[in-house]
Design a protein around this ligand. Structure first.
Ligand SMILES: Nc1ncnc2c1ncn2[C@@H]1O[C@H](COP(=O)(O)OP(=O)(O)O)[C@@H](O)[C@H]1O
Ligand code: SF4
Ligand SMILES: [Mg+2]
Length: 335
């Protein structure tokens, strides 16, 4: 077991690989992330879903410290890294990796694939023969031939390039992988194979994963837990099974109603909720519940009172109308 995979134990239970508390990121007046708390347990996949512009990528970048939070904390394997300097952060770097949506822009065109995949190891002081061996092994793990190490990224297909990014992200055996829409820039024909690869690697290597996506089929396939984000805040968090069978938050219900349900009778009894308009701008998020401008069941207090994320029937839900036992409106059945 590598140092990166040793799990600190707090009170007998393994500490989360990653825990963020009250995370806030403002870009000037843009409130991209406005108070998010979530954790990822060792070896589990947490899907972060929500419409474009809700702040998902910003959360991912804050966790891997590509961005500095405006406030709040990021703990990796129990260590608060939010205020570490670049240098002090270095030993923690290998515990987290990120894979981006577009493999073309994240791979340096002047470097060979071998140099790209081996770079994290070089930064951690591995010798060149150790690196060559680990790179070859990693390329095979992501379904590429070892010989690809001598090629350049532009000589590869989009799917192969994303496999290279995944190899690079995993070569130092991180305990957490942030995967930010890793298949959405790929041809539809190769999306499934890259998704399968991620699932196999996750099972095989046992890393935890924050899987950012808007593809609900991928969520159903990969995730243990689902966190639903709307305009910089969490609307709901629950185990995958419960999100799909008993979504509590009106926004979660609306998202699910827009996706095809595998079971046709369920589909027929459900009303498709069309969310009116685009997601509001994070320059001036709506008052009270941020979803109130589009929520089909909003009541007066929704425009003034911010709902807290609280336990409701085994889920965490931020909605005034959901009772503590989880009962509440289902916007898919509202006439
Ligand atoms: N570097 C930045 N500067 C200014 N605004 C940004 C920056 N990055 C993201 N934003 C804004 O923050 C909001 C959330 O963006 P993002 O985290 O990319 O959302 P998502 O990944 O859910 O689509 C958007 O309104 C986006 O325009
Ligand atoms: S708090 Fe109000 S506006 Fe927000 S989701 Fe619940 S009912 Fe809709
Ligand atoms: Mg994004």
């Amino acid at each position: 077991m590598s140092a990166a995979l040793q799990e600190p134990v707090v009170d007998g239970a393994p500490a989360p690989v990653c825990e963020v508390v009250d995370l806030v990121k403002h870009f000037g007046p843009v409130r991209a992330v406005d108070g998010i708390s979530l954790h990822v347990d060792p070896g589990t996949v947490v899907a972060l879903v929500g419409e474009s512009g809700s702040g998902k990528s910003t959360v991912g970048r804050l966790i891997v410290r590509l961005l500095e939070p405006t406030s709040g904390t990021v703990r990796l394997n129990g260590v608060d890294v939010s205020s570490l300097t670049r240098r002090a952060m270095r030993p923690h770097r290998r515990t987290v990796s990120i894979v981006f949506q577009d493999p073309a822009s994240s791979l340096d065109p002047r470097m060979t694939v071998g140099a790209i995949v081996g770079e994290p190891l070089r930064l951690h002081g591995a010798s060149s023969s150790q690196r060559a061996e680990r790179v070859g092994e990693m390329l095979e793990k992501v379904g590429l031939r070892r010989g690809v190490a001598g090629r350049y990224a532009h000589e590869l297909s989009g799917g192969q390039r994303q496999r290279v990014s995944i190899a690079r992200a995993l070569v130092s055996r991180p305990s957490l992988l942030v995967a930010d829409e890793p298949t959405s820039a790929l041809d539809v024909s190769v999306q499934a194979s890259v998704l399968n690869l991620l699932a196999d690697l996750q099972r095989d290597l046992g890393f935890a994963c924050l899987f950012i996506t808007h593809d609900l089929a991928a969520v159903e396939y990969l995730a243990d837990e689902v966190a639903v984000m709307y305009l910089g805040k969490l609307a709901e968090r629950a185990p995958r099974e419960r999100i799909f069978t008993a979504p509590r938050h009106p926004y979660t219900q609306a998202l699910l109603s827009a996706a095809p349900v595998p079971d046709p009778p369920t589909q027929r009894s459900r009303r498709r909720v069309v969310l009116s308009g685009d997601i509001p701008s994070s320059l001036s998020p709506p008052s009270g519940c941020r979803f109130h401008t589009r929520c089909p069941v909003a009541v007066d207090r929704c425009t003034t009172e911010v709902p807290d994320l609280r336990e409701a029937g085994g889920s965490l839900v931020a909605c005034h109308l959901v009772a503590d036992d989880g009962t509440g409106p289902d916007v898919r059945r509202v006439e």
